[in-house]
Write a protein that binds this ligand. Structure first.
Ligand SMILES: [Zn+2]
Length: 226
C-alpha cells in the first residue's frame, strides 16, 4: 500500500533488536527476532528457578518470566527500548505477547494484575511506568482487571547495586504501601514487573498484597540468573 510506504519513508519502523526495517505485516519486532526471543517457558514447568527463589521469602503460588535476560542479548535491547527510549507501544506489545504464551497455564486463575509502581519522582522523570505498560498489555489479552493504584511507592531507593541482599531488602521493605481505599481482598493477584534480579522488589511489594489477605503470583518480562 502506498500509504505504508510513504509513512515508512518519513518514519521508518525498525525492529529495535536487529535494527532492520519492519515489513508491512510486522509489528514492533521483526519475525526473525520474534521467533528467536530467549523464552524461559517457566510456566510449563511444575517448578522453576524463579518460583524457588521466593521460597521462604514470599508465599508465591506461581511465578514466571517471559524472557531470559543476559547482557547484550535481545532482552536487554527490548528492555532498554521500553525503559529509556520512550517506546511505550513495545511495552504493551511485550505484555500482550507474554500473556498469549501464558494461555491455558495456571496463570489463567488470577483475578487481577498489579504492576509494581515506580516512585513518583522516577515516574515524573520517565513519564510512565514500564511495569504498568506490560501489565496493561497482559490484562488486555487475559481479560483481567489491572489495579494500577493498589500499591503505592514511598521511598526513593538509590545505589542498590552496591548493597547485599539483606540491606537491599531492609531498604525495600518500607518502599511500598497498600492503598487502603482500594480494598481488594481474597483475590489471587498477579504482581508484574519488567525485570527480576534478586526478587527484592517483588518480595517487598508482595508482602503488602499478602497482608491484605490476597494470594500472589508473580510474572516478570525478564529474568536474570544470579
Ligand atoms: Zn529484528
Amino acid at each position: 500500500m502506498w500509504l505504508h510506504d510513504f509513512i515508512q519513508l518519513i518514519y521508518p519502523q525498525i525492529c529495535p533488536v536487529c535494527l532492520n526495517s519492519l515489513a508491512k505485516n510486522e509489528n514492533q519486532l521483526c519475525t526473525a527476532c520474534l521467533f528467536s526471543l530467549p523464552r524461559t517457558a517457566f510456566h510449563g514447568l511444575s517448578s522453576n528457578a524463579l518460583e524457588e527463589s521466593f521460597w521462604g521469602r514470599l508465599p508465591v503460588k506461581h511465578g514466571t518470566a517471559f524472557l531470559f535476560f543476559e547482557k547484550k542479548n535481545r532482552t536487554q535491547q527490548i528492555l532498554h527500548e521500553i525503559k529509556y527510549r520512550n517506546n511505550r507501544e513495545l511495552g504493551i506489545y511485550m505484555g500482550r505477547l507474554f500473556a498469549s504464551e501464558l494461555r491455558g497455564s495456571s496463570f489463567d486463575t488470577v483475578d487481577g494484575i498489579v504492576p509494581v509502581p515506580l516512585h513518583p519522582k522516577k515516574l515524573h522523570q520517565r513519564g510512565y511506568n514500564q511495569a504498568e505498560l506490560i501489565a496493561n498489555g497482559m490484562g488486555d489479552v487475559m481479560n483481567k482487571p489491572v489495579y494500577n493504584n493498589l500499591l503505592v511507592r514511598n521511598i526513593y531507593t538509590t545505589s542498590q547495586t552496591r548493597q547485599g541482599r539483606y540491606e537491599r531488602w531492609e531498604n525495600m521493605e518500607e518502599a511500598f504501601a497498600l492503598n487502603e481505599q482500594m480494598r481488594v481482598q481474597q483475590k489471587h493477584l498477579l504482581l508484574v514487573d519488567d525485570v527480576i534480579t534478586t526478587g527484592a522488589t517483588l518480595e517487598a511489594a508482595g508482602q503488602h498484597i499478602a497482608a491484605g489477605d490476597n494470594s500472589i503470583s508473580v510474572a516478570s518480562l525478564a529474568y536474570t540468573y544470579l
